[in-house]
Design a protein around this ligand. Structure first.
Ligand SMILES: Nc1nc2c(ncn2[C@@H]2O[C@H](COP(=O)(O)OP(=O)(O)O)[C@@H](O)[C@H]2O)c(=O)[nH]1
Ligand SMILES: [Mg+2]
Length: 315
């Protein structure tokens, strides 16, 4: 298992060896190989070991929420150190409910979040950034004519996972970052939802960034076209709060084991927001996630509770 093969290392085709049992290999896994690792045509190696994962990003399978199997949590990407949350500023409009869910998943998995706001040529970032004003959330703005230097230096040397709704511009961005990637770019339909053009997660090696010196590891970007939501069923109410650092201090006077739900009369969060210490939309978003989690992470239930008065709030 070389620490990180250079860009000239051969691409090896390998299959999972039987001795791995039921353990599945996911994108980002570091593996031990035996057999023919020459990368020549027809060569086949075997994956005999999966290294301990430093981070694990999970999703709930949203294809069938009515069966236990369909609600199973699955590992999407292993060993990522950055979650790039891609949101368009328009077409489709930004959904802070989705971004908040991603932030919780990132903090829970111990992965650093980065907000990547695309289509900045179509709308300004003020509303989204205003919503996150209390957080020290790193962000980049992307427009078709902007250079990607800021994003490139944030990606350099790291394993970054890109998530976002269909149509927000992920493939377009990947193609700009990795010109060899040739990711299929979809069209955004009239109702503002993109067409699904591909479904499985793919790790792409970033070209070396000359500003970081020729020897710096270039990093990887993982595109996850099929990931539409993160399951948070395994995240406790208090861990969920880590995605809302602006609310944490508001819970210091809560009773022990406070569920932080709206029906809990002694929850400190209502007073915290009433005193102007945090944005009421943030508390509403936190409580929507709490409620969706007790409904076993059903993203649709969450969407149904969307505040109709707040166009940003959807998931
Ligand atoms: N105006 C504008 N359109 C963009 C931008 N980025 C992507 N698009 C368009 O948005 C549509 C969806 O892009 P795509 O990369 O397929 O999104 P994905 O589904 O997230 O991979 C395509 O028609 C792109 O040309 C941008 O920064 N500005
Ligand atoms: Mg795409």
């Amino acid at each position: 298992m070389p620490p990180d093969a250079g860009p000239d290392a051969p691409l090896v085709t390998a299959m999972r060896a039987r001795e791995l049992g039921r353990k599945s290999v996911v994108v980002g896994d570091r593996v031990g190989l035996v057999g023919d690792t020459s990368g020549t045509a027809g060569a086949l190696a075997r994956i005999v070991r999966i290294a301990e994962r430093t981070s694990v990003l999970r999703r709930t399978a949203d294809d069938d929420e009515t069966t236990a199997e369909g609600r199973l949590e699955r590992v999407v990407v292993a060993n990522a150190d950055q979650l790039v949350i891609v949101s368009a500023l328009a077409d489709p409009p930004p959904r802070t409910g989705f971004i908040d869910r991603c932030l919780v998943a990132a903090y829970d998995a111990d992965i650093e979040p980065l907000l990547c706001l695309t289509k900045a040529d179509l709308a300004g970032p003020e509303a989204v950034l205003g919503y996150y004003a209390e957080l020290e959330l790193p962000y980049v703005l992307i427009r078709p004519d902007s250079d990607l230097d800021a994003l490139r230096s944030l990606l350099a040397g790291r394993i970054s996972v890109m998530v976002g709704h269909s149509g927000v511009g992920k493939s377009t961005l990947v193609n700009r970052l990795v010109p060899d990637a040739a990711r299929a770019v979809g069209t955004v339909s009239a109702i503002g939802r993109g067409r699904h053009t591909s479904t499985s997660a793919v790790a792409l090696r970033l070209p070396r960034d000359p500003t970081h010196g020729g020897n710096a590891p270039a990093g990887w970007i993982v595109d996850t076209p099929g990931v539409r939501s993160f399951g948070l069923a395994h995240v406790s109410a208090d861990s969920l709060l880590h995605g809302f650092p602006d609310l944490v201090e508001g819970t210091v006077d809560c009773p022990a084991n406070c569920p932080h739900t709206p029906d809990e009369p002694d929850c400190g969060l209502d007073a915290w927001v009433a005193a102007g210490k945090a944005d009421p939309r943030r508390l509403a978003s936190y409580r929507r996630l709490l409620a969706s989690r007790s409904g076993e992470g059903d993203a649709r239930a969450e969407a149904d509770q969307r505040n109709p008065g707040d166009p940003l709030a959807g998931s």
